[in-house]
Design a binder for this molecule. Structure first.
Ligand code: SAH
Length: 263
């Protein structure tokens, strides 16, 4: 089975597409081509609006947040006979729709060919705004406890901070979860120095509303009210630093070249 996929009997195909941070220029060329040529586009309103300029005569199945299971079922059913593009923000594998759609397809016992197309995810979109805050070992942690118990999230935050990974916090807040972000910072502070550079990026690489803050772990909670569900936070490492020039502040996490080379 290495590298091969069984040939589907149906005429349809289901693409699960990571559309990137939320603007057409940040799509992969392949994602754009597939969206433009699909029979059906399935997605929530926000993602469909972000892709509005690519929607021509495709049939649109619009659903809201919280309706992910219905949306996945619909996409799997439609893909029996049609080419369907299920669109998901960022990368569909990073807290996106890929997992649920494959689970629904597995349980539906229908023959459906699925292809997942990758997209630029929030950690790399935010990192590009901040300069070079990753460049070494990193991890992502979602602070949403809707589908993961908070105890598990705390354990992962503690373990990642103790290993001094660059940490990216997704889903830092929602209307129902206002304190998760400050609780997460307190856990990370057990292990990382207060001087560790922290970048907060809102609406990274979107056409509207991009903004960012560079601060430190010791001071980040001063910006607690600024953080919302469109924000990704990058907590860097004890080796990271801020380079300040007339062009602004950039975060640098050294890869380790300085240990081998003079520059
Ligand atoms: N699949 C998405 C993540 C979905 S979880 C991805 O790969 O990026 C939703 C969270 O992602 C948001 O709460 C926010 O923390 C982050 N996010 C998504 N797009 C973002 C953007 N353009 N700018 C900043 N954060 C973003």
């Amino acid at each position: 089975m290495v590298g091969s996929q069984s040939q589907s009997q149906s005429k349809g195909k289901l693409y699960i597409i990571g559309i990137g941070p939320g603007s057409v220029p940040q799509l992969t060329v392949r994602a754009k081509e597939v969206i433009e040529s699909s029979d059906y586009i399935v997605g929530n309103g926000t993602y469909l609006d972000q892709m509005a300029s690519l929607l021509n005569d495709q049939e649109i199945f619009r659903s809201s947040m919280g309706k992910e299971v219905d949306r996945s079922r619909k996409a799997v059913e439609l893909a029996q006979d049609n080419v369907v593009a299920m669109i998901s923000g960022g990368d569909a594998n990073i807290y996106g729709m890929a997992g649920l759609v494959l689970e629904v397809a597995e349980n539906a016992d229908l023959s459906v060919e699925v292809e997942v197309l990758p997209g630029v995810t929030a950690i790399t979109a935010a990192a590009s705004v901040l300069g070079a805050p990753i460049v070494n070992d990193m991890c992502t942690v979602s602070l949403s406890d809707l589908l993961t118990p908070w105890e598990v999230i705390e354990k992962r935050l503690d373990a990642a901070a103790s290993a001094d990974f660059v940490m990216s916090l997704y889903n830092p807040k929602s209307r129902q979860r206002k304190s998760n972000f400050s609780r997460a910072i307190e856990i990370i502070k057990r292990h990382k120095d207060d001087s560790v550079p922290v970048g907060l990026v809102k609406n990274a690489l979107r056409e509207e509303g991009q903004d960012y803050i560079v601060t430190t772990l010791g001071d980040v909670l001063e910006y607690n009210d600024w953080v919302d569900m469109r924000t990704t936070i990058l907590i860097t490492t004890n080796d990271s630093r801020v380079w300040e020039s007339e062009h602004g502040k950039r975060i640098i996490t050294p890869r380790g070249y300085h240990r081998k080379y003079d520059y």
